[in-house]
Design a protein. Structure first.
Length: 457
């Protein structure tokens, strides 16, 4: 049975196709960095699912009841009710996106030399930890690094690694433990409820708070319903509430499962930490009842957090990602298995085995796909995660060399996915012609956002 989109299209946005000659010039001017390419020069944009969702008619209607009062706007109280009802948290501050939520949390908790264990940190989380003088530590299960293994919960943290690490560095050097739901860096892989409980148990034993990076909380809950014993008869909403019951707090970029174009949340149970967070929010984002957002954005977010729990929507959402992934897999394209919740991840080590990690094969693929078909993707291998030791100068390359084909929510049809699949398959047949890149400029932090490259040879 073919399931069609669980929505009708009411408004369309034209997109344009450039010529290959034009795209070559665009790449040269952008320093072979797709972040630096104008959106209007992209045909299909799979760079990120962050802030790229299409809002519903209810959300657009919600914009019209935005209360733009500086303090105490009614939309904040609508969001407060939603956060309490869905997640069980009394204390939260809104932020304009996920990064200020991370920034405030880590400013309040991390001292230089501290360690922050996570299943796998994503780029901004890692950068914020480092910026505060901390050390990000990835403790995901080893199966996460086995690209082809069909483990249902490859986002799980290895609790034995966590316990060993705590004993090694000492509880006082670990201000908090994080779990990223779903695990973006490792292929959009979910974390099981069993693993959440186990990590919580370790945290309780050592008196450490557990925080979630909950940007894709609904997709994680959907996978639990689909894959974990004892949950198939529970609603996604019930599963979300149970997940959150084990957390002492969470950061959330609401630009993902919040189904909005802007917005974030920092929530916590510790009232003293909450009061300190509010003061920093006032300094950096705005008054606690708007936190860098317009009232209309708060309203759209309150509605979006409820809409994302609709199981017909989640079935389609996860199904569309699988649709693209299965088309690629059928043609022998090496992808991360099982297929994740928000993106298909291509294993570049197998796609471009002739290009060493020192020549940024992830970005070589991404720029080649743009040149071939006008498709923008995210290079999440050496380009984003290779790190240079400040003392020795030696570069440490990530175990996973991936490119993420990230599907915005409620934006593209399966015809677009067919076009993407055909372009990737064409590129795969000509992959031996793809050459590596060298870096000609890089900033100290979040290199992949603004670095510039040039082709080798």
């Amino acid at each position: 049975m073919i399931l069609a989109e669980p929505y009708r299209i009411k408004v369309v946005e034209p997109i344009k196709m450039t010529t290959k000659k034009q795209r070559k010039k665009i790449l040269e001017e952008a320093g072979y960095n797709l972040f630096l390419v104008k959106a209007e020069d992209i045909y299909i944009d799979l760079l990120t699912d962050s802030g790229t969702s299409a809002m519903s008619h209810y959300q657009w209607a919600g914009l019209m009841i935005g209360d733009e009062s500086y303090a105490g706007c009614r939309n904040f109280f609508h969001l407060k009710e939603t956060v309490k009802e869905l997640f069980g948290f009394d204390h939260f501050v809104p932020t304009h996106q996920g990064r200020p939520a991370e920034n405030i949390l880590f400013m309040l908790t991390i001292r230089p030399g501290d360690y922050v264990p996570n299943n796998m940190h994503f780029d901004s989380t890692r950068a914020h930890v480092i910026d505060k003088g901390g050390v990000p530590v990835d403790l995901v299960i080893e199966d996460a690094y086995d690209i082809e293994k069909e483990h249902p919960f490859k986002g799980n943290m290895d609790v034995n690694k966590l316990e060993d690490f705590i004993k090694k560095v000492g509880r006082d050097k670990i201000p908090l433990v994080m779990l990223t739901l779903t695990n973006n860096t490792g292929g959009g892989q979910p974390v099981s409820m069993k693993n959440i409980k186990e990590v919580k148990s370790v945290c309780e034993r050592y008196g450490m708070p557990l925080f979630f990076d909950a940007a894709r909380f609904a997709e994680n809950a959907y996978f639990i319903k689909e894959r974990e014993e004892g949950y198939k008869d529970k609603s996604v909403r019930e599963i979300v509430y149970e997940m959150m019951s084990y957390a002492d707090g969470f950061t959330m970029s609401c630009k993902k499962d919040g189904l909005v174009n802007i917005g974030g949340i920092l929530a916590m149970r510790d009232e003293k930490l909450f009061e300190r967070a509010k003061q920093l929010l006032i300094l950096m984002e705005g008054f606690p009842t708007y936190g860098g957002l317009a009232g209309r954005d708060l309203e759209a977010l309150s509605i979006g957090l409820r809409e994302v729990l609709d199981e017909a929507y989640l079935r389609w959402r996860v199904g569309q990602v699988r649709y693209l992934g299965e088309k690629l897999r059928k043609e022998g394209i090496p992808i991360v298995l099982p297929i994740g919740g928000h993106a298909v991840y291509i294993d570049i080590k197998r796609f471009l085995p002739h290009i060493p990690q020192s020549q940024f094969p992830d970005n070589a693929f991404a720029t080649s796909l743009y040149l071939e078909a006008g498709i923008r993707t995210a290079a999440l291998g050496s380009t984003a995660f290779a790190e240079k030791d400040k003392e020795t100068g030696k570069v440490k390359y990530p175990k996973l060399e991936l490119v993420r084909l990230t599907i915005p929510r409620r934006v593209y049809t399966n015809s677009h996915m067919d076009y993407v699949a055909e372009a990737v398959i064409r590129l795969y047949k000509e992959r031996d012609k793809i050459k590596g890149l060298r870096i000609v400029y890089e900033p100290e932090i979040m290199r992949h956002f603004s670095a510039r490259f040039e082709p080798i040879g």
